[in-house]
Design a protein around this ligand. Structure first.
Ligand code: NAD
Length: 260
């Protein structure tokens, strides 16, 4: 029970990586707010945790909407008694060659990944200061926080940006015992990635099998996908770490795809 008596606010937690992090945190004793724009799925995920004996609430929250973020964090503090851990995880992917991106797609990507990180950080940070206990802020970066791939200009730009945000929060937050770190996963077979496989196959003119083997997993040490459990284990480490020794860092979990 490494997160006993802690409260976690996890965005995009109705699916994929966020869902696994919410389940893991609940198993480790945390009360978890599952914040997702898919309200039905957020409620179902929370009900599932409660059915297993954990503590969770589901909240409708679009991370790009300032009022919704403020309201969701307020509801968490009111219903669960505070907020000690933020996992800013909600994200989407849109792939095109740069010349085919519309301005609206570019802005949507930066809004979800960067505006969402800012808005959730600010809302949770204020409560972490007020409680006097500090907290742990975790951003879901990517191997694309460290390197680029074709077709992903806004995603790579946004994921690189999270490193700057985490380093700044690490410096500003230290005096309040607030830590900030970034998890950088390789490819994880969630709905976000499953959707990309046929899209990339069409754009690159190769088979779906080749997208997996020759594009996504080409540079891993063993040709394997990273799993949601792998990522949740790192999220647990960052959440439970007791001191400012581990702050302003980014940890790649990618089967050796990237070793930067
Ligand atoms: P997913 O599609 O399974 O889950 C994403 C969740 O985010 C969904 O429940 C969706 O409803 C929610 N969401 C989307 N937009 C939102 C918004 N505006 N407000 C609130 N919720 C919103 O995706 P995933 O693969 O679990 O991705 C989670 C995070 O991990 C993303 O930030 C993604 O960039 C990152 N990531 C994923 C991989 C991968 O290979 N799957 C690798 C590296 C990083």
């Amino acid at each position: 029970m490494r997160l006993k008596d802690k409260v976690a606010f996890v965005t995009g937690a109705a699916s994929g990586i966020g869902r696994e992090i919410a389940d893991t945190y609940a198993r480790e004793g945390a009360a978890v707010a599952i914040a997702d724009m898919n309200q039905d799925a957020a409620m179902a995920a929370a009900a599932d945790i409660v059915a297993k004996g954990g503590k969770a609430i589901g909240l409708a929250c679009d991370v790009t909407d300032e009022a919704q973020v403020e309201a969701a964090v307020e509801a968490t503090v009111k219903q669960l008694g505070g907020v000690d851990i933020l996992v800013s995880n909600a994200g989407i992917q849109i792939v095109h060659p740069i010349e085919d991106f519309t301005y609206a797609e570019w802005k949507k990507m930066l809004a979800i990944h960067l505006d969402g990180a800012f808005l959730t950080t600010r809302a949770c940070y204020r409560h972490m200061i007020a409680s006097g206990k500090g907290g742990s802020i975790i951003y879901m970066g990517s191997v694309h926080s460290k390197q680029a791939s074709v077709l992903k200009a806004p995603y790579v730009t946004a994921k690189h940006g999270l490193l700057g945000l985490a380093k700044t929060i690490a410096k500003e937050g230290a005096q309040h015992k607030i830590r900030a770190n970034v998890i950088c996963p390789g490819f994880v077979l969630t709905p976000l990635v499953k959707k990309q496989i046929p899209e990339q196959a069409a754009t690159l003119g190769i088979s779906q099998d080749d997208v997996v083997k020759k594009v996504m997993l080409k540079d891993t040490v063993d040709g394997e996908f990273t799993t949601v459990a792998d990522v949740a284990e790192v999220a647990l480490l960052f959440a439970a770490f007791p001191t400012n020794a581990l702050t302003g860092q980014s940890l790649i979990v990618s089967h050796g795809w990237s070793m930067e």
